[in-house]
Design a protein around this ligand. Structure first.
Ligand code: KG4
Ligand code: ZN
Length: 354
C-alpha cells in the first residue's frame, strides 16, 4: 500500500546475467522484486557469455518491468524516480537496462539516477530491515568483484582493498568446474562442503604483504587444480597419503573434503581481511554483500568474527545477496535525497576504479 508521503523508486538492474526490476518505498520497503535469471543459458559454457546475456536482457526487460509494476500495484504517477545500474558490468548488458530506464524517465518525466552495482550490494542488508549503522566496513564478493570498503553512509564508500586477480565468486565457479560440479559453483560447493572435512587439505591462505587489504585467489585455485591433477611434470612419489590424479579417481567423500578445504581457505582469507579493515578503521558495523555472501561458512565465520570484535553484522537475506534491482532502487533513494540525480546523458561504464 502507498502512503502519500512515500517516495517510490523503480530500480532496474542488468549488469550481468540477471534482468531485474523492483519497486521500493523510502529506500527500504520492497514492494516488488522481480528477477529473470539467465543461469540456465550460460551453464553449459561454465560462465557468463556476454553476447548471450545482452540478447536475453533485451527479450526479458519489458516483461520484468511490467511484472514489477503490477506486483507493486503502482502506476507511473506514483513513481518519484528511476534508478538504474550504470556501472560496473558487461557493457552490452548494462546498455539494455540503461536504455529502458532512460525511456521510463523520459516518458514518466521523473529523474534518472545512476547507481554503482557494487555499492548497491553493500546496501542490500538495509532492505526490508532497519537502517544500517555507520561507519561500517563492507565486504562485497560476487562473481565479478571482491572488494572491501569503509562506508560513512549508503552513498559514501571508500575503497580499502580489492582483488588483484580472481574474484571470490569466480574462484568458486572455477574450482567447481575443476571438481566436476555444476555452474554456478558457489551454491554447489557450499552444499558439497557440508559433507566434507575443512581440515582435510591444507590449501594456501594468500594474505599478501603486511596489513594489505587486497585479495588474491588465483594461487588457491591453482593449488586445487594441482591437488586434483598433480603438479605438471612431477612424477608420483608413491606416498600412501598422496592424492589420486584426475577427478575421475576421487571418491565423492574426497571431493567433498576438497570442496570443504577450499571453502575454508576462502572464508579464512575473507574474514581476516574484514578483521583488518575493522581494526584499521574502528568501524562498529560489518556488512556482507554480493553473491558469495550467501555462503553458509562465510556467514558463520563473519558472525563469529563480529561477536569477537563486538561489531554488528549486517547480511542481506539470500534473495538480496545475489543480483537484484531492489538494492538499486533502495540505494537510489539516498541519492535522490541528496539530489544527486542524473539525466538522459547518463553513460554505461563497464569498469570503474572504485
Ligand atoms: O552478486 P552475484 O549474483 O553476481 C555478480 O555480481 O557477479 O554473484 C554471483 C556469484 C557466483 O560466482 C556464484 O558462484 C556466487 O556468487 N555464489 C556463491 C554462493 N551463492 C552464489 N558463492 C559461494 N557460496 C554460495 N552459497
Ligand atoms: Zn552483483
Amino acid at each position: 500500500m502507498i502512503e502519500t508521503k512515500d517516495t517510490i523508486i523503480v530500480g532496474i538492474e542488468s549488469s550481468c546475467d540477471e534482468t531485474a526490476c523492483a519497486v521500493v518505498a523510502n529506500g527500504s520497503r520492497v514492494m516488488s522484486n522481480v528477477v529473470a535469471t539467465q543461469i540456465d543459458m550460460h551453464a553449459r559454457f561454465g560462465g557468463v557469455v556476454p553476447e548471450i546475456a545482452s540478447r536475453a536482457h533485451i527479450e526479458a526487460v519489458n516483461t520484468v518491468i511490467r511484472e514489477a509494476l503490477d506486483t507493486a500495484n503502482i502506476t507511473s504517477n506514483d513513481v518519484s524516480s528511476v534508478a538504474v545500474t550504470h556501472q560496473p558490468g558487461l557493457i552490452g548488458s548494462l546498455l539494455v537496462g540503461l536504455m529502458a530506464a532512460k525511456t521510463l524517465s523520459w516518458v514518466w518525466d521523473v529523474p534518472i539516477i545512476g547507481v554503482n552495482h557494487v555499492y548497491a550490494h553493500a546496501y542490500a542488508a538495509a532492505l526490508d530491515s532497519q537502517p544500517i549503522e555507520y561507519p561500517a566496513v563492507a565486504l562485497i564478493c560476487s562473481g565479478g568483484h571482491t572488494a572491501l570498503y569503509h562506508c560513512d553512509a549508503p552513498t559514501e564508500m571508500q575503497l580499502l582493498g580489492s582483488t588483484i586477480d580472481d574474484a571470490a565468486g569466480e574462484a568458486f565457479d572455477k574450482v567447481a568446474s575443476i571438481l566436476g560440479l555444476s555452474y554456478p559453483g558457489g551454491p554447489i560447493i557450499d552444499k558439497t562442503a557440508r559433507d566434507g572435512n575443512p581440515a582435510a587439505v591444507a590449501f594456501p591462505r594468500t594474505l599478501l604483504k603486511g596489513q594489505s587489504l587486497d585479495f588474491s585467489f588465483s594461487g588457491l585455485k591453482t593449488a586445487v587444480l594441482y591437488h586434483i591433477n598433480g603438479i605438471p611434470g612431477m612424477k608420483s612419489t608413491g606416498a600412501p597419503d598422496e592424492a589420486p590424479r584426475g577427478i575421475e579417481n576421487f571418491t565423492p567423500q574426497q571431493i567433498a573434503d576438497v570442496a570443504a578445504s577450499f571453502q575454508a581457505a576462502v572464508v579464512d582469507v575473507l574474514t581476516i581481511k574484514i578483521r583488518r579493515g575493522v581494526q584499521q578503521t574502528g568501524a562498529k558495523t560489518i556488512i556482507l554483500g554480493g553473491g558469495v555472501a550467501a555462503n553458509s561458512a562465510l556467514r558463520d565465520g563473519a558472525e563469529k568474527l563480529a561477536a569477537k570484535l563486538s561489531a554488528q553484522l549486517r547480511t542481506a537475506p539470500l534473495k538480496y545477496c545475489t543480483d537484484n534491482a531492489a538494492m538499486i532502487a533502495g540505494l537510489g533513494y539516498h541519492y535522490l535525497a541528496k539530489n544527486q540525480i542524473s539525466d538522459l546523458t547518463l553513460k554505461a561504464t563497464p569498469t570503474v576504479h572504485m
